[in-house]
Design a protein around this ligand. Structure first.
Ligand code: PLP
Length: 405
């Protein structure tokens, strides 16, 4: 069977799944457009500022638009966040005080956040914040009994909830999961701040965590909400006092969100957000298509092609090194940038084994663009995400199928 035939067969099976992604994209696009209209977005906002960045009308409008789209009272959208880790770190420092506790509700947080919480200089731990991690239950759920116990008697502090599976074997949380979880947390202890790591989750569903009870929700602009156009940056949205404290951490106390030159980048942040619902729907289609063709070829995938998607990441277990490397070569060969490169495993800092990565992105490290990462150890799992257009993702998957067969 040719790669084209395999892909076309998978597409036929997935038609209803694709329709559900399009439906979410339509609703999210309406929400984004309504926020643009309310903020009276106009060409004059795209130029931006230099120096201190006072009175940047575009920056202010973007904050207002993100707040509305995310169902939050307030938002801070800045190119000064160097990545998602930085934005989440500012949010966590804003949401906790010395002597309080930070609880990670569903296992270990994303790798780069470990270094924010514990270890060296400048960590939350060094600032006197205690850290508690609630391991998932044996069947991969949130351990509510243990979480309830950890919440008992706390006066303030924060609970970190990661929406996406990240690069782990746990599942992503749906908005319904989170709505339930947040109600539980607040019923156990209304004084704690719920902070959601929203990376890879934006626009997958038609509501965001701040619309269902999160106090803060944070993400990276070189993932979903930047729509592939934002060149860098991050956002924090949620309760105004907590957003202000995150802003004080990003810049300085007393300055907060009032300064920060936008250096001519505003248009890309507006346009990226405008594109984001559509781009995310395309990435979800690429995810489901890959899940379908790879499971047809006998590999284990998660989520299943027709299962609920809580984020844009697909996990594939290849079992042995050879098909994993063939998959990575296919992804690289089908990328718009660096298609000629050959992905090789290398000893990446922070990992106990070699890691292989495939990416050919317009924006360095952008993972709303089609990309994949894999630690070279059993069960030889690849994590794949992104895709700026469905057509390019489809073309890339044809290379993957050809490389595997
Ligand atoms: C990408 C990501 C982050 C932040 O990573 P950066 O590379 O610093 O942007 C945090 N949490 C999750 C779940 C992520 O996917």
């Amino acid at each position: 069977m040719t790669a084209e035939t395999r892909i076309a067969q998978a597409e036929a099976v997935l038609a209803p799944v694709f329709a559900s992604f399009d439906k979410a994209s339509a609703a999210n696009t309406e929400r984004v457009l309504a926020a643009f209209a309310r903020a009276r977005v106009s060409d004059s906002m795209f130029g931006g500022t230099t120096g201190y960045g006072y009175d940047d009308a575009g920056r202010q409008a973007l904050d207002d638009i993100y707040a509305e789209v995310f169902g939050a009272p307030s938002a801070l959208v800045r190119i000064g966040f160097v990545n998602g880790t930085h934005a989440i770190a500012c949010a966590l420092f804003g949401a906790t005080r010395p002597g309080q506790t930070l609880i990670s509700a569903f296992g270990a947080p994303y790798d780069t956040l470990r270094g924010v919480i514990q270890g060296g200089d400048g960590t939350l731990q060094q600032h006197g914040v205690r850290y508690v991690e609630i391991a998932p239950t044996d069947d991969g759920d949130i351990d509510r009994a243990a979480l309830g116990e950890a919440l008992e008697g706390l006066d303030g502090g924060a609970v970190l909830v990661q929406r996406s599976r990240g690069y782990s074997s746990r599942r992503a949380l749906s908005i319904d999961d989170m709505e339930n979880l947040f109600a539980f947390i607040k019923s156990q202890n209304p004084t704690v701040n719920i902070v959601v790591d929203n990376c890879y989750g934006e626009f997958v569903e038609t509501r965001e965590p701040t619309a269902v009870g999160a106090d803060l929700c944070v993400g990276s602009l070189i993932k979903n909400p930047g729509g592939g156009l934002a060149p860098c940056g991050g956002y924090v949205c949620g309760r105004a006092d907590l957003v202000e404290r995150a802003a004080a951490r990003l810049t300085a106390p007393g300055i907060g969100g009032h300064c920060g030159a936008t250096l001519g980048q505003n248009r890309l942040l507006f346009q990226g957000l405008f594109m984001a619902p559509h781009v995310v729907a395309g990435a979800l289609k690429v995810n489901a298509l890959a899940a379908q063709v790879l499971s047809d070829l006998g590999y284990t995938v998660s989520p299943q092609p027709r299962e609920h998607h809580g984020d844009i990441i697909l996990r594939v277990d290849f079992g042995t090194a050879e098909p994993l490397l063939a998959f990575m070569r296919g992804i690289q060969a089908g990328s718009p940038v660096d298609s000629f490169a050959s992905p090789e495993p290398w000893p990446m800092p922070g990992y106990d084994c070699d890691v292989v990565m495939a990416a050919g992105a317009f924006v360095q490290g952008s993972s709303i663009e089609l990309s994949a990462d894999a630690p070279m150890r059993p069960p030889y799992t690849a994590y794949m995400q992104g895709g700026l257009t469905y057509e390019a993702g489809r073309a890339c998957l044809k290379k993957v199928v050809a490389s595997l067969c």
